[in-house]
Design a protein around this ligand. Structure first.
Ligand SMILES: Nc1ncnc2c1ncn2[C@@H]1O[C@H](COP(=O)(O)OP(=O)(O)OP(=O)(O)O)[C@@H](O)[C@H]1O
Ligand SMILES: [Mg+2]
Length: 403
């Protein structure tokens, strides 16, 4: 019997990867799920799911992907995480199309025929020469691969050539024509995670592509974390999408409990919660993680490894301290000094902090920004307008783990 079984579990309730339709443990999110499902079944439109880090955007997207497949949609799944340009965007779209033609012979035949007839891709009897330059760029290679898929078998590969230049234009034409054909057969949804991970300028380019370039006869669904966006880009985003759906933050202890207990209940035989996380423990977790479920589950897992089913506030603080040791060490003494200086009062403005730490405002702001990202400092937005200043503070948990 392994240690998890001894505690009463059938598996690890606090795994960290995003949930998908074949993984157990998805808790609640009924409201957002329902809204997304309703958007999908309209078979067209552009939708964005907003939520801060670790709240469950990717998981919800995965669940919706499962729903779309069940509802007989064709799904293209991509991620903006590693995309840097419009070309990357179309690269991924063409790769998605490749997956579809692989799976559906009827769609493959139709696309092949249409692209050949419209002279977008086809067989020009010119062997060897002329192929090489085509595959010298990344998107060229992706397109060639696609052309081979739709119009020829592998051994004919060398004869397949793409007729139209330049590549990006070609990719767009192939994409438009293919999605038009697919939606004649089945509804299509493009699901793409992490829109907020794009660089600020690329973000605007891609939004423009989404507005001008995406056909109206399909569903486009993506996710974003608005805290990563500039105000200008938030406003632009609101304009581009038909609907923005927001995953509300984890505001209360009882809300966080639904997720912690919900996960445990899925991994027991009788639907009980084998371990009790007292309210003051959940309060510590909420303060430390700001509702980031990934972080919360990491600490929960650390706590049950170290303390089994006897979890209390002080041993949870010890666990957090242990897990954060490397992080706290790696931020360096200067940053630690800032955190130590913030122990006294409740809240500070940047000016107050600058005079307190004797660090120039500009340098200080750089450091504060990093510490906010690491969840060690919390920013309280003062809102817009004259005299409205942002304030900063450290949570009591952070005070306890900084020596
Ligand atoms: N509805 C849910 N029920 C239970 N656990 C969940 C749920 N949604 C997410 N989780 C868990 O929370 C953690 C974070 O989820 P996920 O990766 O989906 O968040 P995210 O919002 O995409 O994060 P990021 O902003 O870092 O991309 C994971 O451990 C995941 O398994
Ligand atoms: Mg995610």
């Amino acid at each position: 019997m392994d240690w998890l079984e001894k505690l009463g579990f059938t598996g690890n309730p606090f795994f960290l990867e995003p949930i998908n339709s074949s993984l157990k443990g998805f808790v609640d999110r009924a409201k957002e799920k329902d809204s997304l499902e309703k958007c999908i079944v309209t078979k067209k439109g552009k939708y964005i799911l907003f939520g801060s880090t670790g709240l469950g955007k990717t998981s919800l997207l995965n669940i919706i992907e499962g729903y779309a497949e069940e509802s007989n949609f064709v799904v293209i799944k991509t991620d903006f995480l590693h995309q840097q340009s419009k070309e990357d965007f179309y690269n991924q779209m063409i790769r998605g199309l490749e997956g579809i033609v692989e799976q559906d012979a009827k769609i493959k035949k139709k696309i092949g025929k249409s692209l050949q007839e419209s002279k977008i891709v086809g067989r020009r009897k010119k062997r060897g020469k002329g192929i090489k330059p085509e595959i010298s760029t990344k998107i060229g290679a992706v397109l060639l691969e696609f052309a081979i898929r739709v119009v020829g078998e592998k051994e004919e590969a060398e004869e397949v050539e793409l007729f139209v230049q330049p590549y990006l234009q070609q990719a767009i034409e192939i994409f438009d024509e293919s999605t038009r054909i697919i939606t004649e057969v089945k509804p299509l949804v493009i699901i793409s995670d992490n829109l907020d991970k794009l660089e600020e300028k690329t973000y605007r380019d891609i939004l423009k592509t989404i507005v001008d370039g995406l056909p109206g006869h399909l569903v486009f669904l993506t996710t974003g974390n608005y805290t990563h966006l500039s105000l200008g880009n938030v406003v632009l985003t609101q304009k581009v999408f038909d609907l923005t759906i927001d995953i509300p933050g984890m505001e209360t202890i009882s809300r966080l409990r639904e997720f912690v207990d919900g996960r445990m209940k899925t991994f027991v035989k009788d639907g009980t919660t084998p371990i009790h996380f007292p309210d003051n423990v959940l309060k510590v977790l909420l303060e430390k993680t700001r509702g980031n479920l990934r972080e919360t589950f990491r600490y929960c897992f650390g706590a049950i490894i170290e303390h089994g089913n006897k979890i209390n506030r002080s041993n949870m603080i010890e666990t957090i301290k242990g897990i954060d040791t490397v992080l706290i060490k790696s931020i360096g003494e200067k940053n630690k000094d800032i955190l130590r200086a913030m122990q006294e009062k409740e809240r500070y403005t940047l000016v107050q902090l600058s005079s307190l730490t004797k660090i120039h405002k500009k340098t200080l702001w750089g450091r504060i920004k990093n510490l906010i990202q690491l969840n060690l400092i919390i920013k309280e937005s003062g809102g817009m307008g004259r005299g409205k200043e942002d304030k900063y503070y450290v949570s009591s948990v952070v005070k306890e783990i900084i020596d």
